[in-house]
Design a protein around this ligand. Structure first.
Ligand code: 0CN
Ligand code: SF4
Length: 341
């Protein structure tokens, strides 16, 4: 269907979009490890949930495995940005593996909250998705105290020991609105429910949702670049639809754009998840330009300048070898050293 007088075709490009500080650090950690130690460098799980990143690093000599028992005894293994449970650290130590922990510091923050509240004998309601690596890692910090709440609909099934000693924590990459709805329902049941000491849904997840919310009401279609197993990317499609986008699709690559999606469309929104390299967005913009959508306007709702130092094990080895432990700078960014040097 083609409207009788379609307006000029345009793209609204969300900003912020794409790589967050934790992904940037994790990907650079694998790249530096490959450069410094040489391949193979083993990586437990996908370093970040993006097909292109995993394929590119695999071509350069990274070997992705599911579990540490697939890593040869004594070899080097990188833990992904999503974090691991203490049991995984123990399994790696039992095989004398040399570990580089690329867990995002903002995930580590949630682990520490879990340990603290479990130490105070709270029931911890971890809002998040069962089976997601981050949830497995966080829940593994205190399995006897944590139960996972997947959605608002699961609230009625929650059973706690003492309703006066309950706290909620969350996965870092959830929908803010859905999480707040889950919390609202939890608080109806447990009025004394405590909040996390600070937001567990991270700045990058929140910023990408705010940006897509701003442009979605003006868009006939919102294209989200990101992989199917990327929680924060999948959430962007839901947020775009909730905010009024006519349609929204997630794609890994520009080639997946179905020309039929553009029929009768005048405004296309484009964004990308926190694990998505900008080159994939550029490819999408090129393809849209070929289809007549060459006018690209950025819709910016925040500026990000956070940057994390590399994992400490890697920094120590790079320093010992006299190599710069610094990483490529991409514009002015604030450096936040979160680990003891
Ligand atoms: O896509 P990601 O690798 O992970 P999820 O959105 O699935 O959690 O993005 C980086 C997030 C982290 C940790
Ligand atoms: Fe860290 Fe958030 Fe990025 Fe996950 S999405 S790696 S928690 S900054």
């Amino acid at each position: 269907m083609t409207p009788s007088s379609p307006g000029p075709k345009r793209v609204l490009l969300a900003a912020p979009r794409g790589y967050c500080a934790g992904v940037d650090r994790a990907v650079i950690a694998v790249e530096k490890a490959l450069e410094h130690y040489g391949p193979p460098v083993y990586v437990r799980k996908e370093i970040v949930h993006n097909k292109y990143v995993v394929e590119t690093l695999s071509e350069r000599g990274a070997v992705f495995v599911d579990e540490t028992d697939q890593v040869p005894e004594g070899a080097r293994v990188v833990f992904s940005a999503h974090g691991v449970s203490p049991a995984v650290h123990a399994a790696a130590a039992a095989r004398s593996l040399l570990t580089i922990d690329a867990t995002c510091p903002l995930v580590t923050k949630v682990h520490k909250e879990a340990v603290r509240f479990a130490g105070d004998d709270f029931d911890i309601l971890l809002i998040g998705h069962d089976g997601h690596e981050e949830v497995e890692g966080t829940a593994g910090e205190a399995p006897d105290h944590i139960q996972v709440v997947n959605s608002p609909d699961e609230v009625d099934r929650v059973v706690v020991r003492d309703p006066e000693k309950v706290v909620w924590l969350s996965q870092t990459t959830l929908s803010v609105d859905e999480t707040m709805e889950t919390v609202r329902r939890l608080r109806e049941r447990f009025p004394a429910l405590q909040d996390p000491p600070s937001d567990d849904i991270c700045y990058a997840t929140q910023n990408r949702q705010v940006a897509v919310k701003k442009l979605a009401p003006q868009c006939d279609l919102v294209i989200v670049v990101g992989s199917a197993n990327s929680s924060n990317s999948v959430r962007l499609v839901e947020v775009a639809l909730d905010a009024g986008a006519g349609a929204s699709y997630r794609i890994d690559r520009a080639q997946e754009i179905d020309p039929a999606w553009l029929d009768g469309v005048t405004t296309v929104g484009v964004t990308s998840g926190a694990s998505v390299p900008e080159i994939l967005v550029r490819d999408v913009l090129d393809r849209l330009a070929d289809a007549g959508f060459g006018d690209v306007q950025e819709v910016r709702t925040a500026t990000e300048d956070l940057m994390f130092s590399l994992p400490k094990e890697l920094r120590a080895d790079l320093k010992a070898a006299g190599q710069a432990a610094a990483r490529p700078q991409r514009g002015p960014r604030r450096s936040l050293s979160v680990e003891p040097v």
